[in-house]
Design a protein around this ligand. Structure first.
Ligand code: URA
Length: 264
């Protein structure tokens, strides 16, 4: 009994706060089966000097293969429906095995404003739609304060699967899922991208700056097909729920978004 308690205490200390399935799942084994045997398709970066240093550990090699597999899939998708179907069967990210739903982007496929959050939480995982919990309710109010309806925007996350216990996604998980978000951006082709929170901003803009320094600035994002999209980053609604004192700055950002849209 004491031993069981010690193990549970250790799990909690390590950030594991809930169980996701009845059976343990060996993410490493599944990924090896799915990806290690696949020959990697040649990529343009392989012949450039700027190619990243080859991955040396088994895990990072598997992740590199999964990233390329995700990119291959995205290259083939012609529509959001194609992409959604492909994403729902994609098994290169172990998060999908602990999540209840694949939370694909929601909203107007021709939206002028595309909103990006980090990852689904418990409510989103249960209902299969992004930003439907408390953060989502605040987001809906924030948008309506500048005359935007939630359903007129397109709302997506960096990750379509909930990380267990809402832990911060690892950089490998972000890397595997990012091609799906980038493809959604290309297919929706919005006028502007509104990014919520540091991890979404860092992932899409490929930087490591704090949200305090990124927020309120228009920064161009160039998609893999070469289209340039203006982005504006701001605080994540979940952070605003915890830190009301930052709501004033968030309001300034929303007004910037509104003005920019009016000028476009
Ligand atoms: N937080 C996010 O970043 N995305 C959601 O969909 C919900 C909460």
């Amino acid at each position: 009994m004491e031993d069981c308690k010690a193990v549970l205490d250790w799990y909690i200390l390590a950030g594991v706060e809930e169980t996701c399935a009845d059976e343990p799942y060996n993410a490493l084994k599944s990924s090896i089966n799915n990806f290690a045997a696949k020959p990697l398709p040649p990529t343009a970066t392989a012949v450039e000097n700027t190619a990243p240093r080859p991955a040396v550990t088994e895990l990072s090699q598997i992740n590199t293969a999964a990233c390329r597999y995700a990119q291959d899939i995205c290259d083939k998708a012609q529509t959001l429906d194609d992409l959604r179907a492909m994403m729902e069967t994609f098994d290169g990210c172990s998060l999908r095995f602990s999540a209840n739903s694949t939370v694909f982007g929601y909203g107007n496929p021709q939206a002028e404003v595309l909103i990006i959050g980090e990852a689904p939480g418990a409510d989103e995982d249960r209902l299969g739609e992004p930003f439907v919990g408390r953060s989502g309710q605040l987001l809906t109010k924030m948008l309506s304060a500048i005359g935007l309806k939630r359903e007129d925007c397109y709302i997506a996350n960096i990750l379509p699967w909930r990380p267990p216990g809402n832990r911060t996604p690892t950089s490998d998980e972000v890397a595997v899922c990012l091609p799906f978000l980038k493809k959604q951006i290309e297919l929706v082709n919005p006028k502007i991208i509104f990014i919520l929170g540091r991890s979404a901003a860092n992932a899409l803009l490929d930087n490591a700056e704090s949200i305090s320094s990124l927020r309120g600035r228009f920064i161009d994002y160039t998609s893999p097909n070469g289209t340039v999209f203006p982005t504006l980053s701001s605080f994540h609604p979940a952070y605003l729920l915890r830190t009301c004192s930052q709501k004033g700055k968030s309001w300034v950002d929303l007004l910037r978004l509104k003005r920019k849209l009016a000028e476009m």
